[in-house]
Ligand binder design. Structure first.
Ligand code: ZN
Length: 444
């Protein structure tokens, strides 16, 4: 080859190789976008120690090249330049003004009777679609008295001291309605459960309150009088679950003690997402659903070795709805439900030192103890940062029939966590931490 040509080939080679090794971005997905969020996230992977600058700020990259960075957006057009020695990419992000919520007031009206259209309808303490304001889950066919509305919600009149809120779409109004008559009440005590049954001539609304030593169920009959409230106090053991059922005006409230023997437990293992629902995407392009499943399979192995009965909501990469996951748990009389996920950034400034590690969520007070043990043990066994134990109304952990927790093992979008969750032992370490926690919880 002539010297000139040789140089050309060499240049082409360098150019080609450098292009292959330039950084890749997982987020944002598009070069041009319109958002209403306050921050834009730049998540991706650098190669061979490539230095990444985003709007001239040097970005931290983990040993595997993973990086994550947030840019605060101003209203209107934002130009973000992502560059390294090998490549420069320009992102245009338009922040449209966030919708200003008009302050709505409560509209008062004459009491009207209605019927709840579906099962499992949240009765809320405030007129907002906010997870933790649920005070009960009403059954289809429950009679309610409505005397006001605000936004998407109707106000439900329960007694002179108590009102609650229900989504408008869940209620049908009825023309005529008469008060329910009380039929009878009966209490039974079993070795591991206490049951109270109360019967009326129609389905009435109820609420639940958990106190330190008891669970208080109340049934309201506001059409009879505004003081017509039936209160059932059922003592609760230290480790318990409870169940409410309603059929033809007959409420059954059951508070059960969890089994003492590990061999009497059924644990539902729920690998989050699956199939077309990939979950969060990591800096290096990893999909959350796959890591969730790996952890779930390891957990199943470990619990089986301990003699605990396990049921998986999915064992391969397929779609399964949240409703079906809960159905599986109830059909198998689950005692414990463990949902496995990895976290991602929300609409908060990304802080790689803060938004990392293991957090555990629960909804019912009966699940708090297990959540705390899991956070402590998993962070130890997997070497993750303790990111907290929090309450949240994730669908699969709402039913009080089992102790339910949702584990966010690590952050998909945290560069340092990405080094951890890509190691061979990560799934096993997380699973071991969860399994040891379940044993500690049962034997406590
Ligand atoms: Zn998830």
């Amino acid at each position: 080859m002539a010297p000139m040509k040789r140089w050309l080939v060499l240049l082409l080679l360098i150019f080609g190789v450098s292009r292959v090794y330039a950084y890749e971005l997982v987020l944002p997905k598009e070069k041009k976008s319109t958002v209403t969020t306050d921050y834009a996230f730049f998540v991706g992977r650098a190669h061979n120690g490539e230095a990444i600058l985003i709007n001239d700020a040097r970005v931290y990259t983990a040993s595997n090249g993973a990086f994550a960075h947030s840019v605060k957006l101003k209203e209107g057009e934002n130009r973000v330049v992502v560059r390294s020695n090998f490549n420069t990419q320009i992102y245009r992000i338009c922040k449209s003004p966030s919708k200003i919520q008009k302050a709505e007031t409560v509209e008062e009206f004459e009491q009207r009777a209605g019927i709840v259209k579906n099962d499992n309808v949240p009765l809320r303490s405030t007129p907002e679609n906010y997870g933790l304001n649920r005070i009960a889950h009403l059954f289809r066919g429950t009679s309610v008295l409505i005397n006001g509305s605000k936004g998407e919600f109707y106000r439900v009149f329960l007694s002179k001291d108590k009102s609650a809120w229900i989504a408008k779409r869940e209620v049908d109004f009825v023309e005529t309605s008469s008060a329910a008559a009380f039929i009878n009440m009966d209490g039974k005590r079993f070795k591991n459960a206490a049951v109270q049954v109360i019967s009326f001539t129609k389905n009435l609304p109820y609420t639940v309150e958990e106190r330190e030593k008891e669970v208080i169920f109340k049934v309201y009959n506001p059409e009879l009088s505004d003081t017509s409230v039936y209160t059932l106090n059922i003592p609760k053991p230290e480790k318990y679950t409870y169940k409410v059922s309603l059929e033809d005006g007959v409420y059954t409230f059951k508070v059960s003690e969890l089994p003492a023997d590990i061999k009497d437990y059924t644990v539902i293992i729920d690998a989050g997402h699956g199939g077309s629902e990939r979950g969060a995407i990591g800096c290096l392009g990893d999909e959350e659903k796959n890591i969730n499943l790996r952890i779930a399979l390891e957990l199943q192995k470990h619990l089986k070795d301990l003699g605990i009965n396990t049921v998986m909501t999915r064992e391969c990469d397929g779609n399964i709805s949240l409703g079906d996951r809960v159905k599986i748990a109830k059909a198998n009389n689950a005692n414990i439900f463990v949902s496995i996920h990895l976290n991602s950034i929300g609409d908060i400034p990304m802080n790689i030192h803060k938004n990392k590690g293991t957090s555990v969520y629960y909804f019912n007070p009966n699940s708090k103890a297990l959540a705390e043990i899991v956070e402590k043990r998993v962070s130890k066994s997997a070497g993750t940062k303790k990111d907290g134990t929090r309450t949240a109304a994730f669908y699969v952990i709402i039913p009080p029939e089992y102790v339910g927790i949702l584990v966010e093992a690590a952050y998909m979008t945290n560069p340092m966590d990405s080094v951890l969750y890509r190691t061979d032992n990560f799934a096993k370490n997380i699973a071991n931490g969860i399994a040891e926690s379940i044993v500690e919880f049962i034997n406590k």
